[in-house]
Design a binder for this molecule. Structure first.
Ligand code: AMP
Ligand code: MG
Length: 410
């Protein structure tokens, strides 16, 4: 039986980022850039006005004999239009925010600092002297043509999407999403829409794994449920081989019908199949036909916890991320953990901030079949190996499930 850390290290050592591809900009959110992004243009592409006001020559804004400068209005420039006419001495043009600055002008004065230029007026009075460049956003002020804007390996967030749009990237070079095959196992497992029959239960795991895969950034493909026979498993595994990762649930323990490991040995290899943790001791990892296979335990809570600890990092590494695991913080365990477990115990909990510390409350009965222990849980309180008790009010580490992943360097 290996530790959680060793299991994760062994798994990640066998996972490499997938190949680059291009996706439409609006589908690139959360993916990892596969190439450096250089700007093909100056941004802004042309000198433009930062204000609604008047484009003028800065030297014409000087008051004369104590009276405001008076300029003749010779045109109007809405955003989106270029005027051919140039500003000459003693003239100005109305200009809107974002409109190109006309030739001859070296400044813009905002409308609030002028008077007398109501709707059809031919004249405007300038109430303040402006410096050259005033309210003009020069071409290339933000980004210069040829400049490196986003580096390969960066995660594409909403702000990066805005920049990519500005740069004209309708298609974005990214690491592609892993296609994840999800296979349930068990003669007792029926589909969600079916009526319960004696001895049967609904397939919760495949749907949970599907959603969790999507949340981690993978592209889930539910393949259905294999019967507890070697033939059925073989048949189902065959269709899984066109995927980047195969995740099964159930059938990896020591029962008479726990056949997943047998098929792995027959068609590939088992690297390990037991981890010193609870819930979720029976987790098998290996490959079939070169496709990495993560065999999660059948008990739904074990499936959820082991997915979080192992499948999430696999999917993220395939996506090209370097931040792979959820962070841990110290929490006060308000209600404590009385139950003594020899394995590392991941106790579902709800963590809040009380103004000076994080406080965890466990989510009740922690059996690996008690699905309601997952409800409202945003953290795992981690009780170390060796039958450790946490008394109410004592401190422990907790893995924060809603927080963004961090890099591991242990
Ligand atoms: P196993 O490891 O196959 O013996 O499964 C352990 C427990 O998980 C058993 O109680 C199974 O009925 C249950 N189980 C297995 N697969 C699923 C599934 N897809 N959805 C819900 N429960 C399952
Ligand atoms: Mg089973």
């Amino acid at each position: 039986m290996i530790s959680v850390e060793e299991a994760l290290a062994r798994i990640l050592a066998q996972i490499t980022p997938l190949a680059p591809t291009h996706v439409p900009l609006s589908e690139s959110f959360g993916l990892v850039l596969a190439e450096d992004i250089f700007s093909g243009d100056d941004i802004p592409p042309f000198a433009n006005s930062a204000m609604d006001g008047f484009a003028l020559r800065s030297q014409d804004s000087q008051a004369q004999d104590g009276k405001p400068a008076r300029l003749r209005i010779i045109g109007s420039i809405p955003a989106g239009y270029v005027v051919e006419r140039a500003i000459e001495p003693g003239t100005a043009m109305r200009i809107m925010t974002g409109a190109p600055v006309p030739a001859g002008a070296d400044a813009v004065i905002q409308v609030e600092l002028t008077q007398g230029a109501e709707a059809n007026s031919e004249w405007v009075e300038v109430l303040e002297k402006v410096a050259p460049g005033n309210n003009i956003r020069p071409a290339g002020e933000d980004i210069q043509r040829g400049q490196l804007v986003l580096a390969r390996g960066a995660e594409i967030n909403a702000w990066a999407i805005g920049l990519l749009a500005t740069l004209g990237y309708a298609q974005v070079p990214v690491i592609r999403r892993p296609r994840v095959a999800i296979l349930g196992t068990g003669d007792e497992v029926i589909d969600v829409g079916e009526v319960l029959q004696p001895g049967k239960i609904r397939n919760s795991n495949s749907y949970l794994i599907e959603a969790a895969t999507r949340q981690a950034g993978g592209e889930p493909h539910r393949l259905g449920v294999a019967r507890d026979t070697v033939e059925s498993l073989r048949e189902n595994f065959a269709t899984a081989l066109s995927h980047d990762l195969l995740i099964t649930s159930g059938g990896v323990s020591v029962g008479d019908f726990d056949l997943v490991k047998d098929i792995m040995r027959e068609q590939g290899q088992v690297d390990f199949w037991r981890i010193n943790m609870r819930p979720g001791k029976p987790v098998a990892f290996g490959q079939i036909g070169g496709v990495p296979l993560l065999g999660l335990p059948g008990n739904p809570v074990s499936t959820a916890v082991t997915f979080q600890l192992f499948a999430g990092p696999i999917i993220r590494k395939m996506l090209g991320h370097t931040r792979l695991v959820k962070p841990q913080v110290e929490v006060i365990v308000e209600d404590g953990v009385q139950e003594q477990v020899m394995r590392r115990h991941y106790v579902r909990a709800h963590v809040t901030w009380n103004g000076s510390a994080f406080v965890a409350r466990t989510t009740g009965s922690q059996g690996s079949h008690i699905m309601t222990s997952l409800l409202n849980a945003n953290a795992f309180v981690i009780v170390p190996e060796g039958g450790v008790k946490i008394h109410p009010g004592e401190r422990a580490n907790a893995m924060m499930l809603d927080w963004p992943e961090v890099e591991v360097n242990i």
